[in-house]
Design a protein around this ligand. Structure first.
Ligand code: THU
Length: 304
């Protein structure tokens, strides 16, 4: 069955500063309009390549794929599995592996000489244009690449607009991934005494995310806040700077970090460091460390 066989694509993706004129050029080229669709891709932690559950107007499928990234053109191999119960599968994969990021987009699809043209509006990222030529056999690569090059010229895509990363990777640098990491840690919180589960995640200077949960103790004062756990993971990995923070709690829509944790966070961040409060799915509340802890005591006070 074709849907479960590995296939190869030639792809190109670029930011689109002028989506209306790109749409007009597609129509002028004679590309066939396949209409608009909504797609929601959930990415789960995978040991090799990427694992995403695609949910949309065209149905649902589980897709395992690997990309060989280059700004010029990307190739990927992938395996598709049709899914009849997407919500149950999403819950199972989230419980077992964890959701890394969710990409929601509105896609206008065109077909031109066997090449799919995607005009995408991606939540949290903006407008993009994408070409996807599916190869009927490996020998057709040059032909597919020539078509993609021709489309690129017709739509006037500059070198500077090319993007080699996937939407999921682009979103990984934003608050969504941080909030999800905090949420995922929160579910593992050890809070049998307060029954108040908290999760925190910090982004280190390297871009990596470190998450932690509150850890309580029968000797109450020995309990530790989620922020302290996340900062411990940061330091244990060799990092000492944070560029963003997310804090979530199970029972509070917005959980402000306690006074002690504001001080802990200020040790590694600056007054402009953004702090995202609230669980993923809800509206994020964005504040800065400086707003949370004005006039703070810092290491400069200890300089002789
Ligand atoms: N807690 C945190 O983990 N972070 C905060 O900023 C607020 C409070 C935890 C500590 C304790 O385990 C529970 O929430 C109730 O106070």
């Amino acid at each position: 069955m074709l849907s479960t066989m590995a296939r190869v694509n030639v792809e190109l993706k670029a930011r689109d500063p002028t989506p209306e004129s790109t749409l007009a050029r597609c129509i002028a080229l004679g590309a066939v309009d396949q209409g608009a669709l909504e797609q929601r891709d959930s990415y789960f932690t995978a040991r090799r390549g990427r694992l995403k559950l695609r949910n949309g107007d065209e149905g649902s499928e589980l897709i395992a794929y690997r990309r060989l990234d280059s700004a010029e053109q990307a190739e990927s191999t992938y395996v598709l599995a049709p899914v009849s119960e997407p919500e149950a599968l999403s819950e199972a994969l989230d419980a077992a592996l964890g959701t890394v990021v969710v990409v929601s987009k509105r896609r206008r699809l065109f077909l031109w000489e066997g090449v799919r043209i995607h005009l995408d509006e991606v939540e949290g990222l903006g407008s993009f244009v994408e070409f996807e030529a599916v190869l009927p056999a490996a020998g057709h690569r040059a032909e597919a690449q020539a078509k993609v090059n021709r489309l690129r010229a017709e739509l006037g895509i500059d070198d500077g607009a090319l993007v080699s990363a996937g939407y999921a990777d682009l979103l990984m640098d934003g608050p969504q991934a941080l909030r999800r990491a905090a949420d995922s840690a929160m579910r593992n919180a050890y809070a049998p005494y307060s029954r108040f589960k908290v999760g925190a995640a910090v982004r280190g200077g390297s871009g990596a995310i470190y998450a932690g949960a509150n850890v309580e103790n029968a000797a109450y004062p020995q309990g530790q806040c989620a922020e302290a756990s996340a900062l411990g993971a940061l330091v244990a990995s060799g990092e000492t700077a944070i560029t963003a923070v997310a804090v979530v709690a199970e029972k509070l829509e917005v959980c402000p970090p306690c006074g002690g944790c504001r001080q802990r966070l200020a040790e590694f961040g600056g007054p402009e460091t953004p702090v995202y409060l609230g669980r993923p799915g809800g509206t994020p509340v964005e504040v800065t460390l400086g707003e949370l802890l004005p006039g703070s005591f810092g290491r400069e006070a200890l300089r002789e």
